[in-house]
Design a protein around this ligand. Structure first.
Ligand code: SAM
Length: 266
């Protein structure tokens, strides 16, 4: 897995999003780390209103489906027109991403891969989806953010952009936090605590208050592995664990085996 390293050279990414709801997308770029990344020039984002690429009086972007059936389909011409304009004005993008529940599942390794590309174009579907010729002859890939159906691709594009942008060097204040995040090395993150150390009698684990860095590091590693083992054991198969972590994993598995035997005896 290509985990980004602290201090890696700054790079910037162009993002173009084609939508019939530009304000919805603008809102996603208007706050927090994503907004700061735009302001710092790490991201050059443009939102394209699909209706600008229509040639009829009603600026219609959709039409009925051939063969009948409910709902409307986004027409190919405006989408092809928008991508051609992007190519002319912004250069040839390495990725033209069609958002779709039928696409490859978007994951952290996918975010890593996309964060290394220089230019991402997103096509946001609506209604019953987009004309199939867009998928076959224009998009270079099709991404889904999960096994559920949204009303449109805007939120999906924003989810992908958010996950990609926070990986760009310089986007997040302290880059070590990105390296420790869930999935970065195939493990879930350990639990986090902040002040007060005693909240209504609920105490923070003693070791975190000890000031003993070695013990804290060890506790966190163990917690990350324990959580992954409990919640998402399938991730461990492809996690990159060092010798110490493998040892911790063996211990935790032994512990669980012991606990299971105990349960059966009860
Ligand atoms: N009829 C389509 C199907 O079953 O595959 C669903 C169309 S959906 C109502 C409208 C648009 O929302 C899609 O074209 C896509 O752009 C977007 N969308 C919906 N669910 C999505 C998901 N899980 N991931 C990414 N995009 C999604």
């Amino acid at each position: 897995m290509g985990v980004r390293r602290v201090g890696e050279k700054l790079r910037y990414v162009k993002v173009d999003i084609i939508t019939i709801f530009p304000r919805l997308v603008d809102a996603g770029f208007g706050e927090g780390i994503v907004r700061r990344a735009v302001e710092r020039g790490l991201v050059d984002a443009r939102v394209w209103d699909l209706r600008e690429f229509t040639d009829d009086r009603h600026r219609s972007v959709d039409d009925v489906a051939f063969g009948g059936g409910p709902g409307m389909v986004l027409k190919p011409a405006p989408i092809f027109g928008a991508v051609e304009r992007i190519r002319r004005e912004r250069g040839d993008p390495p990725a033209i991403i069609l958002t779709s529940p039928q696409g490859r599942r978007f994951t952290q390794p996918e975010a890593e891969r996309l964060s290394r590309l220089s230019h991402l174009v997103f096509i946001c579907g609506r209604y019953e989806g987009v004309d199939e010729r867009v998928r076959e002859h224009l998009a270079t890939e099709e991404l889904s953010i999960g096994d559920y159906v949204l009303t449109g691709g805007e939120l999906a594009a924003l989810v992908v952009c958010d996950a990609v942008i926070r990986l760009l060097p310089g986007a997040v204040g302290d880059e070590r936090s990105v390296e420790a995040d869930s999935f970065a090395r195939g493990l879930l993150d350990y639990g986090q605590y902040t002040r007060p150390a005693d909240f209504r009698g609920l105490k923070v684990p003693e070791v975190l208050l000890s000031g003993h860095h070695g013990a804290i590091r060890q506790w966190r590693r163990r917690e990350a592995i324990r959580r992954t083992l409990e919640r998402r054991p399938e991730l461990l198969g492809s996690a990159s664990l060092d010798a110490e972590e493998q040892e911790l994993l063996r211990d935790l598995m032994e512990e669980r085996k012991g606990a299971n035997h105990g349960d059966k005896r009860d």
